[in-house]
Structure formats: structure tokens, C-alpha cells
Ligand binder design. Structure first.
Ligand code: NAD
Length: 483
């Protein structure tokens, strides 16, 4: 796989140059499919973040700050085209770095290209307005970049999350400092290489790899940063928000989830089945919007559960490159967390489990996809974000109970409703306390055009779609008195 990498992996990308970390320290990346070392990356620290923030500010004060919206859009579109020429490489790099099955990794690269295309097209279409005011005045608003934006992203969907946050931020004219996750950051560096090739002015995008508590903390508390976009766990999100509060800068928090799919008796079960299972086991359940809870109305409960169990029994687990249904988890630590949760399900009815491909390397971090049935809504497995291929099935009697169970966790990211009753679809969409509701479908990841974000402990702010452009800009009101 290493022969597929065409850019330096053990350097930071700052001010348009590939530079070694200031302290000369490195971290080892691991291939989750084998547990063996992959390559080394820079262990960037506060000094590297200082350089990156300074380079971003220099870009804003120079060429990047003068680049028109039209030209920013053209550059993003060019990046998207270059990403498209590298789908195979990026997919293979991501599969080896994250452990996700090759087809899913390729799809992330395709989504990255689409984000660039979307935000490239949108860059010159964000407008202010004129406001009727007192006699003798003309009042209008300007949409302006925040300035230097910090982007802290996790390891589970690096390309998609970089596409949605850095893409929207660049479209609005911000200069970005990106801190990818220490577990998987190779495609973040690849993205920087493609942005450079596409002619993005130096300093508009800077990438510093390193540990969360070092480079990440330095970025989130940096006085030179005017907006932070954080995607990751609730606990770290709280730290990032507290750090940003010291500088009084806005934060977008995209955190975890416990997203339900609610299936009513009248649903098209054939249509629902692949979404019910697929939306949980995608990326081995390590998806913020994974549908880890399925609520089924009593009338179809037994029949649908049996069909879900059948699907689970057919699921295969193997290396990312074997491209079967489920790959390894990201790390030994993540496996320990997920198996710890599964042990807490010892009192539950295990309805089915998948199996592992013969010859799969012992050192990889594999967990069998597991379906638990008849789970009480307040059980720890029905309340906690497990972040592994573990799904719970919960029966319900009527619409009111379905809403109470669906809304009965700390999270509120995504939900789906499966019913052919149009009035119920509308009632449920209103009643569910989440950022996205899908009716007779489910989208885990993807959906470049669709505003995305959470309620409750799933976070606040919206990324993706046109809406993100408002979050990555600030509004200035100009009131001109002319008599
Ligand atoms: P994490 O919070 O441990 O790490 C995320 C990022 O934060 C990494 O880049 C890490 O280096 C950095 N970080 C860690 N400590 C930090 C600190 N003290 N200060 C600043 N940055 C720090 O999350 P994770 O375990 O890598 O990712 C899994 C979590 O991310 C899950 O909870 C998942 O639901 C969530 N997630 C949410 C979304 C979404 O869009 N809502 C998408 C993907 C993942």
C-alpha cells in the first residue's frame, strides 16, 4: 500500500511547504487489519500549531485574502477533479489506515470529490441582503469569513469530514488549520497535496498531525483561531468548547449518537431490511450516525427480527482489503471498549452474530457483528454509544411509545421512520429530537447536500449542505446614512 502514497507522510503541511515537526518527534500508525505498523507520522505539538496558525493568518493578509469567491470556487472544483483522479489510491490508503472495507473507503474518496464540487459551485452564491430601515439610510449585510478556522477531525471518516468542514470553510474564504486524528491521518495529508497541486494559495490550508492532547489542545485553545469545527467524542467536545470559550470563539460540535430507526407495522419490510442492518455495521459500527437502535412495532416484531437475525448470520468479518461486510475496529483500545459493552449485554438475548473469514490475521482488531433482541430501552446497550458493530432491537406498542423511546437517550443525531402512513411520517418527523430524519430510508454518512448536526449531546451547529456556509462565515451589517 505504501507505494500508493505520493506525498510525505511524516511531515506537516504548513504555509504551502512540507515541514518536519519542530520537536523532531514522530508517532507510529498501525494497520488495524493486521495490528502491524503502517508508517510514521509527525508528532506535531504547540509550536507546530503556532506556525500553522501564523501561516494561515499570513495567507488571509495576502493572496488568499484577496482571492475572489469565484476563484475560490474554481480552486475547490479543481481539487475535486484531482481527488477524482486518485480515488483508487485514496481508497486503498484509507482502507489500510482506518481498516474500513475497500469499497467503503473508495466511497469516502468519491464523497470528498463531491464535497469539493458542491462547495466549489456554492462559493460565489452566498449573498447578503438589504434591510429596509429609517429614512435616509441604506442598510445591507456582508457575509465574511471568520478568519483562521481550526478543524479537529476523528479517524472514522477522515475524507468525508475534511470535505464537509474544510471544503465549506475554504469556500467562504477562511484559512484552515487541520488536525486529523493520530489513529488515521494519511488521507488528510493526501488532501493537502492535492490542494497544493490545484493551486490553493500557500497557507490557506495547513495540516498538523499529532496527538489530541498536544496538537489538538493547542489548536482549540489558540488565541489566533477564530472558529473551531470539532468532530469527535462528547468528552473531548466539552474540552474543546471550554478551550474556545477562553477566546470567545464559536464552535461547531459534531459528536456522537445512538440513532434509532423506527419501524411501524405498515412499513415496507423488504425495503427497510438492508437499511436496518447496513446502517449499523457500516465501518464496523464506527459511524457517528450509525443506527445502533432499531425500534419495531409489536405486529411485525417477531417476523422482522427473524429476518434481521438471518442477515446478521450472513455477515462476514475480514481485513479491509478483503472488502467483506465488516472490517476491524480502529485499535486494540476500541476493541476493548466494544467487547466491554458486549459483556454488559450478557443478560440480554443475543439474536445473531456474524462470522470471521478464515485466515484473517490474529493481530487485527476484529469484533463479530452482534444483534441483541428484546432490549429494555434503559439498558446500557440501548443508551450508550458503543462505536462497534452492535445493534439493539426494542419492541414498542404505539406511536407515543416509539417517540418516547426514540427520544429517550442523551443523543439526537439521526433517526428514520419506516411507515407508509403519510400523516404519521409528518408527525414523527416533527416529534423526533434529532438533526436529520429519514423517511423510508436511512443515511449513515454521505448526503453531501443535506445539512447535518445534532441535538442534545450529539452537538450543535450544522455542517454539510449550503447551511454549512453560514456557520463558516460571519454576518456584518452596514448602515449607511446618506440623508
Ligand atoms: P476523539 O474525541 O477521541 O478524537 C477526535 C479528535 O479530537 C482527534 O483528532 C483527536 O486527536 C482530537 N483530540 C483528542 N483529545 C483532544 C483534546 N484534549 N483537545 C483537542 N483535540 C483533542 O474521538 P474519536 O474516538 O477519535 O472518534 C469517535 C467519536 O467521534 C465518536 O463519539 C463519534 O460519534 C464521533 N463522531 C461524530 C461525528 C459527527 O459528525 N457527529 C462524525 C464522526 C465521529
Amino acid at each position: 500500500m505504501l507505494d500508493k502514497i505520493w506525498y510525505p507522510t511524516d511531515k506537516n503541511f504548513i504555509g504551502g511547504k512540507w515541514v518536519a515537526p519542530v520537536g523532531g518527534k514522530y508517532l507510529e500508525l498501525e494497520n488495524p487489519s493486521t495490528g502491524k505498523p503502517l508508517t510514521r507520522i509527525s508528532r506535531g505539538k504547540a509550536a507546530d500549531i503556532d506556525h500553522a496558525v501564523a501561516a494561515a493568518q499570513t495567507a488571509l493578509d495576502g493572496e488568499w485574502g484577496r482571492t475572489t469567491a469565484l476563484e475560490r470556487g474554481r480552486i475547490l472544483t479543481r481539487i475535486g477533479k484531482l481527488v477524482k483522479t486518485r480515488i483508487e489510491e485514496l481508497g486503498e490508503i484509507e482502507a489500510n489506515d482506518v481498516g474500513k472495507p475497500l469499497t467503503q473507503a473508495r466511497n469516502d474518496a468519491i464523497a470528498l470529490a463531491r464535497y469539493m464540487e458542491f462547495y466549489g459551485g456554492a462559493a460565489d452564491k452566498v449573498m447578503g441582503e438589504t434591510i429596509p430601515y429609517m429614512d435616509g439610510y441604506t442598510v445591507y449585510t456582508l457575509r465574511e469569513p471568520h478568519g483562521v478556522t481550526g478543524h479537529i477531525v476523528p479517524w472514522n471518516y477522515p475524507m468525508q469530514i475534511i470535505g464537509r468542514s474544510v471544503g465549506a470553510a475554504l469556500a467562504m474564504g477562511n484559512a484552515c488549520v487541520l488536525k486529523p486524528a493520530e489513529e488515521a491521518c494519511l488521507t488528510a495529508l493526501g488532501f493537502a497535496a492535492l490542494a497544493e497541486e490545484a493551486g490553493l494559495p500557500a497557507g490557506a490550508l495547513n495540516v498538523v498531525t499529532g496527538l489530541g492532547e498536544e496538537a489538538g489542545a493547542a489548536l482549540s485553545g489558540h488565541a489566533g483561531v477564530q472558529h473551531i469545527s470539532f468532530t469527535g467524542s462528547v468528552g473531548v467536545g466539552q474540552l474543546v468548547q471550554a478551550a474556545a470559550a477562553q477566546n470567545v470563539v464559536p464552535v461547531t460540535l459534531e459528536l456522537g449518537g445512538k440513532s434509532p430507526q423506527v419501524v411501524f407495522d405498515d412499513a415496507d419490510l423488504d425495503a427497510a431490511l438492508p437499511f436496518l442492518v447496513g446502517a449499523c455495521i457500516q465501518n464496523a459500527g464506527q459511524t457517528c450516525s450509525a443506527s445502533s437502535r432499531v425500534l419495531i412495532q409489536r405486529g411485525v416484531y417477531d417476523a422482522l427480527l427473524a429476518r434481521m437475525a438471518d442477515s446478521y448470520s450472513g455477515l462476514m468479518v475480514g481485513t479491509a482489503m478483503s472488502d467483506v461486510n465488516v472490517g476491524p475496529l480502529i485499535s486494540a483500545r476500541q476493541k476493548e471498549i466494544v467487547t466491554g459493552f458486549m459483556e454488559q449485554g450478557a443478560d440480554l438475548r443475543m439474536a445473531a452474530q456474524g462470522s470471521i473469514v478464515e485466515g484473517t490475521p490474529e493481530g487485527g482488531h476484529y469484533v463479530l457483528p452482534t444483534l441483541f433482541a428484546d432490549v429494555p430501552p434503559d439498558h446500557v446497550l440501548a443508551q450508550s454509544e458503543i462505536f462497534g458493530p452492535v445493534q439493539v432491537v426494542i419492541p414498542f406498542e404505539d406511536e407515543a411509545e416509539a417517540v418516547a423511546i426514540a427520544n429517550g437517550t442523551d443523543f439526537g443525531l439521526v433517526a428514520s421512520v419506516w411507515t407508509l402512513d403519510g400523516a404519521r411520517q409528518m408527525r414523527m418527523a416533527k416529534a423526533l429530537r434529532v438533526g436529520q430524519v429519514f423517511i423510508n430510508n436511512y443515511g449513515a454518512g454521505g448526503g453531501v447536500e443535506l445539512p447535518f448536526g445534532g441535538a442534545g449531546k450529539s452537538g450543535h451547529g450544522r455542517e454539510k449542505g449550503f447551511e454549512a456556509l453560514y456557520g463558516f462565515s460571519t454576518l456584518k451589517t452596514v448602515a449607511a446614512y446618506h440623508g
